[in-house]
Design a protein around this ligand. Structure first.
Ligand code: C5P
Ligand code: C5P
Ligand code: C5P
Ligand code: ZN
Length: 503
């Protein structure tokens, strides 16, 4: 049978076979929505294959983190959503027989190879827009089901097809894990023009077949499951609708003027609870309003997109919508509570959802305060980029999200990439302790800049190397750590590189 991403199938099978040879596996993953869903997919696949494992999360897979992994007595380490960019360091440990790495990642690989390396970029698939870490982990999970399945259910004599029908057993073939893969892709902002593309689209299809995902054309606004209607519209700012976006009274008036019963028991209803007809009425009134206020047609198109609904999650919860689910996960892992996010992914074990929701309230406050800070203080413009330094006023783990969300606000032009510095917090120390010797820098661009040649992954790795730092990522979003005090040298070099890329 063919895997969800044919180009990756052989490599995935090799990785799966190697995992099946292990007595036990150390699973190491990244602390964001994509990293958490990667870990949740891998964890379930390992469990179903009867492979004992333990999970660890890292903010950054730096030399210290890799050394600590090598210190454990695990002989097989599965890295998800990172590992490729650190192959130079990992390779040294492999050569010294410290452990065998198996990697399911989508970041730009370092200049070194290893045998069990599953990364879309090695096979001509774009790791920034066509497959996420969770997607790579899903491809591996599907191969693991095949590899471990061969021994339990046998193989048909005509060569290759498993005896069990895959149609009736989405769980046995791990296709049910496609829903988490889609949450990871959406969390890494891989959807563009309103939908997922390429290998991601194949995974969506498998999830729909397995009954864990539903797709539909719907309003492309964040919060369809959980936000009361007036808040949904007031906070929807990706497409600015005059008199509604960022306008509490205006959003209320707009809804009250519609001939619909949008309140129930005195409470505003939510988009997810509306009937198809009610949605139609609200959506066309919104479009009409946008048109009458002169919003250009191509922007209005952005109001509608493909929604990815997790069919088995309860209506009206964050878990039902891929985009809200991913934000909920970021709210845990980026605040040192990856355990909570993982438990949510694994089926809300031990009331994890309630804890995640309280972390989410805190995350929202921080995002909103961060965006206010950047917008009010403004950015410094260089010739080809813009930047700000948040010091310790924005957490380094969310400064990139804030920078991305602020792009396009007053005074923050979408025609240049944005670079954001924040004081680095020390991993080993109490939370809140800072390491004044190092600064985190996050960069975000737009798809349109990428089409013009921008590659922030290259900018980050080259400009940070000049000052003795380290960085990488994707063309549209990347990060680095640089020594404190070197910010201006770094920016100077980054500005030159961006200039060369866009020329
Ligand atoms: O490490 P990882 O690949 O998971 O992180 C990707 C990051 O890039 C996410 O924080 C995501 O929000 C960001 N991103 C973005 N805009 C894009 C693509 C990704 O801000 N178009
Ligand atoms: O936090 P995360 O990176 O997952 O956010 C992804 C996107 O979701 C943001 O760029 C933003 O457009 C939207 N979002 C939002 N309100 C929030 C959190 C996220 O609109 N409170
Ligand atoms: O941390 P931030 O959200 O800005 O990260 C953006 C992207 O850059 C992520 O994909 C992350 O894994 C990557 N990154 C990296 N090396 C760093 C920092 C971030 O590859 N030192
Ligand atoms: Zn990722």
């Amino acid at each position: 049978m063919t895997g969800p991403v044919p180009e990756l199938e052989d490599r995935a099978a090799a990785c799966a076979d190697r995992l099946c040879e292990a007595d036990r596996v150390l699973l190491a993953s990244h602390i964001d929505a994509d990293g958490l869903t990667s870990a949740a997919i891998a964890a379930q696949a390992l469990e179903r294959a009867d492979l004992p494992f333990e999970t660890v999360f890292e903010k950054q897979l730096d030399e210290t983190a890799i050394a600590a992994i090598a210190e454990t007595d695990y002989e097989t380490v599965l890295f998800t959503d990172f590992g490729s960019g650190q192959l130079d360091v990992i390779g040294d440990y492999e050569d010294a027989d410290a452990f065998t790495p198996v990697i399911a990642d989508h970041h730009q690989p370092a200049d070194r190879e290893t045998e069990y390396h599953l990364n879309p970029l090695l096979f001509g698939i774009d790791g920034a827009s066509e497959l996420s870490g969770a997607g790579a982990s899903y491809v591996l999970a599907r191969a693991l089901a095949e590899a471990s399945d061969g021994t339990t259910t046998g193989v048909a004599a005509d060569g290759g097809t498993a005896v069990e029908s895959t149609e009736s057993h989405p769980r046995a073939d791990n296709r049910d894990l496609a829903a988490l893969a889609v949450v990871g892709a959406v969390g890494d902002m891989q959807a563009s023009g309103g939908e997922l593309h390429g290998a991601n689209a194949n995974i969506v299809e498998e999830g729909v077949d397995a009954g864990v995902l539903e797709t539909g054309t719907d309003l492309a606004i964040y919060g369809k499951q959980t936000r009361p209607l007036p808040k949904l519209l007031e906070y929807a700012t990706d497409v600015h609708i005059p008199g509604i976006s960022n306008d509490q009274a205006g959003a209320l008036r707009f809804l009250e003027d519609l001939d619909l019963e949008l309140k129930r028991d005195g409470e505003w209803r939510r988009w997810s609870g509306l009937t198809g007809e009610e949605k139609q009425v609200v959506a066309s009134a919104l479009v009409k309003r946008a048109v009458s206020r002169g919003v250009p047609a191509h922007k209005i198109d952005g109001l509608v997109g493909t929604s990815y609904t997790l069919a088995r999650e309860p209506v009206g919860t964050e878990l039902r919508d891929a985009s809200e689910f991913s934000t909920l996960l970021n709210a845990t892992a980026r605040y040192e509570r990856a355990d909570v996010g993982l438990a949510v992914c694994l089926g809300n074990r031990d009331g994890a959802l309630e804890r995640a929701r309280s972390l989410l309230r805190n995350h929202r406050r921080n995002l909103s305060a961060g965006i206010d800070l950047v917008t009010s203080e403004g950015v410094t413009n260089e010739e080809h980029l813009q930047w700000f330094h948040a010091e310790d006023r924005i957490r380094e783990t969310i400064v990139g999200i804030v920078a991305g969300m602020a792009l396009g606000n007053d005074g923050i032009n979408r025609s240049k990439p944005i670079f954001a510095f924040a004081t680095k917090t020390d991993d080993g120390a109490e939370s809140g302790d800072e390491d004044p010797a190092e600064v985190k820098v996050s960069a975000r661009g737009t798809h349109s800049l990428v089409r013009q040649g921008l590659d922030l992954s290259v900018v980050m790795s080259e400009a940070s190397r000049v000052v003795g730092g380290d960085g990488g990522g994707h063309d549209v979003a990347a990060g680095a750590t640089v020594p404190a005090g070197e910010e201006s040298t770094f920016i100077e070099r980054a500005d030159e590189i961006v200039g060369e890329q866009l020329s």
